[in-house]
Ligand binder design. Structure first.
Ligand SMILES: Cc1cc2nc3c(=O)[nH]c(=O)nc-3n(C[C@H](O)[C@H](O)[C@H](O)COP(=O)(O)OP(=O)(O)OC[C@H]3O[C@@H](n4cnc5c(N)ncnc54)[C@H](O)[C@@H]3O)c2cc1C
Length: 474
């Protein structure tokens, strides 16, 4: 048998996998299969848009000509699956890592949150909490008590519970809820504290802060998401042999191991992985394949707004800052070096759970945020805003309510050849890049399981030290 015939034969023995959706979940599914079983699968990603990356993407701004992320994305040190995905493709150097956060409160001096590396987790957080100067001693004590309760309550005991009533029952006054719990919860979960599940809040405070050193480090891409995810990550996955087809919208998955494209073409496969957002699944898959499809489609979403602001001079040299008690929640200075002066000095203000902010007229919202920035940063008072843009995705993230937690499906479906991926899968994580990547791994494991009984583990989280293992229930 000559080499060409052998290659054709090997290729025909390979199982065909179609992945619908080229966001992080679809890319992670492809990477997991292609890297671990290159000889077993032929993998194709079908992405409706002109580029991959999905919600973790960028647009070309017509006025400044720059590539701008729809919204600044950050990862945390605890996001081991997302970081592992980048690392395996040699892209881990494309993130800035910060170990400290600056908190600005309109009525207090600036606070630096910096976990203490000489104390074992979770006690490494205590000096950092004490440094939040806008909290008084009684509030710090309230927080410590509630954190300890969360440590001692297993996540299985928290299903069905809303966070806010639990916090009130556990001695948190309204000011502490507003200035501490809400600040972290809204930016980590993208939803307001009165709607989120307590299990999700526990996840943030334990995995994202308390359980291990480095968990709360903030990682910010050094380049636009279109270049990092849509460009370099996608190219690296193509190098593994995955075919990525963009501008290819799937209209329906039929019950015959095939997908019907928007142009009417039918593609068949051995496995189909659906990696689209939760609100699109119902329209695509056979109704008996997944439980609660209608519940998923109707599940509420939460908006996140990015205010893109160009000034004629620098307003702060901090790479980012957290704003407390204001409409603006985070401000980021442009994290990459590029034509800074030509289009002005670029900053982005992020407002999560922006339901009320987006009801304000655009100019009013910008004026409010400008006043807040000028109050926080003296250099902003002399700066002129030369350009602005407000981008809001009304379905940025699913609202992580107790009801949503209950209906999140696993990657396997009622059909052995049909699998699910997406940040909305039952990963235990809120709608994040980490959840999307974990779901990709779970979908790959589901493919392997149904194909030949194989398995693939999800990346381990950060290792917990002895004290964290002793104090924090699983
Ligand atoms: C404004 C905003 C800010 C955010 N900030 C952060 C952050 O700071 N940190 C963080 O970790 N996460 C953040 N997230 C969440 C993060 O972006 C998502 O959790 C993650 O990108 C979801 O990836 P995914 O692959 O599951 O879904 P998506 O990214 O939505 O990908 C789904 C893909 O499927 C494609 N598709 C849909 N239908 C079809 C079809 N019929 N045929 C073919 N293709 C189809 C879509 O075009 C899309 O590319 C933010 C999200 C938003 C919107």
């Amino acid at each position: 048998m000559n080499a060409v015939t052998r290659q054709a034969r090997n290729s025909s023995l390979k199982k065909q996998v179609l992945i619908v959706g080229g966001g992080l979940a679809g890319l992670a599914t492809a990477e997991s299969l292609a890297r671990n079983y290159p000889e077993r699968f032929d993998i194709t990603i079908l992405e409706a848009k002109r580029s991959t990356g999905g919600r973790a993407g960028s647009f070309q701004d017509s006025k400044t000509g720059g590539t701008i992320d729809y919204c600044q994305h950050v990862a945390m040190g605890c996001c081991t699956s997302f970081l592992g995905l980048l690392e395996r493709q040699g892209l881990d150097g494309q993130l800035h890592r910060y170990t400290r956060l600056k908190f600005f409160h309109p009525e207090h001096a600036v606070s630096t949150f910096s976990p203490y590396r000489w104390l074992p987790a979770p006690f490494h957080l205590m000096p950092a909490l004490s440094n939040l100067r806008y909290l008084n001693r009684s509030q710090r004590r309230q927080i410590q008590r509630a954190l300890f309760r969360l440590f001692r309550t297993g996540s299985d005991d928290l299903t069905d519970l809303l966070a806010e009533p639990w916090l009130e029952e556990h001695g948190q006054d309204q000011a502490t809820i507003k200035d501490f719990w809400s600040v972290i919860v809204v930016s980590a979960l993208g939803e307001s504290i009165d709607r989120v599940s307590l299990a999700a809040v526990r996840k943030v405070f334990i995995d994202g802060f308390a359980a291990a050193h480095g968990a709360s480090d903030v990682l910010v891409p050094k380049l636009p998401l279109a270049d990092l995810i849509g460009g370099q990550l996608t190219a690296a996955i193509e190098q593994l042999g995955v075919e990525v087809k963009t501008g290819r919208m799937v209209r329906q998955v039929s019950s015959e191991k095939s997908v019907v494209m928007a142009d009417g073409q039918t593609l068949t496969a051995d496995h189909v992985v659906i990696a689209v957002p939760w609100h699109c699944v119902n329209d695509l898959v056979p109704s008996d394949a997944v439980d609660n499809l209608e519940g998923l489609a109707a599940a509420p979403a939460s908006p996140i707004s990015g205010l893109h602001l160009w000034f004629d001079q620098q307003i702060t040299d901090l790479p980012h800052a957290v704003l407390v008690g204001t409409v603006a929640q985070w401000v980021f200075r442009q994290p990459w070096e590029q034509e800074q002066a030509a289009s002005g000095f670029y900053y982005q203000v992020v407002i999560s759970a922006s339901q009320s902010a987006r009801c304000l007229p655009r100019q009013e919202l910008i004026d409010v945020v400008l006043r807040e920035l000028r109050h926080a940063f003296p250099a902003a008072r002399g700066a002129r805003l030369v350009q602005s843009k407000v981008v809001t995705d009304p379905k940025s993230v699913f609202s992580i309510t107790p009801q949503f937690e209950e209906i999140r499906p696993t990657s396997s479906t009622g059909l052995p050849w049909l699998h699910l991926a997406g940040d909305w899968i039952a990963t235990g994580w809120p709608a994040t890049m980490e959840s999307a990547v974990i779901s990709g791994r779970m979908a790959a494991a589901s493919v392997l399981q149904s194909d030949f009984g194989g398995n693939l583990d999800v990346e381990a989280g950060l290792p917990r030290g002895w004290l964290a293992r002793y104090l924090i229930k699983p």
